[in-house]
Design a protein around this ligand. Structure first.
Ligand SMILES: Cc1cc2nc3c(=O)[nH]c(=O)nc-3n(C[C@H](O)[C@H](O)[C@H](O)COP(=O)(O)O)c2cc1C
Length: 202
């Protein structure tokens, strides 16, 4: 037996809660941006986030509604995706508060920043990975806007590298689940994909 849900009868809010409870775990883009006058450094978590294109490298995040991050990206055409490791849990959550636009989360939450190499918005100093992006395009969808960013530089802390590659056990990424739930990495399994030519000879 299954329980059936229709977005038409459930309504957008409840259907959103259903979607975010089942589309899990979601990685979190901790998006840093600058106001157009360069004075306010904004930082906000976005869990509607993934890779959008391989060549050129493009990532995407979605602003549900029109938030400060989106305004800043539209005005400056730059942003940084900082990754969200477990030890920064409280700080990441604190930047999800709906501060007024003139209050930058770096300052009000007290998050140490460092300069980016290729874009103006700062990076989060304690985040192990930062993807510096220039705006590729935006796509308006209903109440939301998908932001596509061309990754022009990746800065990875050597503390999370093993043999030159980011190691999942050192990255310790947080994930967003349903409601107010957060997840941490569970067990990690390694299993190679099976090429079709190998399947035929089994
Ligand atoms: C873990 C987490 C994930 C979130 N994901 C999103 C998201 O994908 N899209 C979105 O619009 N808001 C998301 N939010 C809410 C925003 O972070 C929140 O509205 C924030 O105040 C926006 O900041 P800004 O106005 O400075 O851009 C998330 C919040 C948390 C705590």
């Amino acid at each position: 037996m299954r329980v059936d849900y229709s977005p038409d009868t459930l309504g957008a809010g409840s259907f959103y809660r259903l979607l975010t409870a089942v589309i899990v775990p979601r990685p979190i883009a901790w998006v840093s941006t600058l106001s157009a006058d360069g004075r306010t450094a904004n930082l906000a978590p976005h869990s509607f986030f993934t890779v959008a294109c391989v060549d050129p490298p493009i990532v995407q995040f979605t602003s549900v509604g029109r938030k400060d991050s989106l305004h800043n990206v539209e005005e400056t055409r730059e942003f940084v995706v900082n990754f969200t490791p477990e030890p920064l849990f409280e700080q990441i959550n604190a930047t999800g508060t709906d501060f007024p636009r003139e209050e930058g989360e770096f300052d009000v939450v007290g998050i140490e920043r460092e300069p980016s190499l290729r874009v103006k918005p700062p990076r989060v100093a304690a985040s192990p990975v930062a993807l510096e992006c220039t705006l590729h395009s935006t796509l308006g969808l209903g109440d939301s806007t998908v932001v596509f960013g061309r990754v022009v530089h990746a800065a990875v802390s050597e503390d999370v590298l093993v043999d030159g590659r980011p190691d999942i056990r050192l990255l310790r990424p947080l994930a967003r689940l349903g409601g107010n739930e957060w997840g941490t990495m569970g067990e990690v399994h390694d299993l190679a994909r099976i090429p079709y030519r190998d399947r035929r000879h089994r």
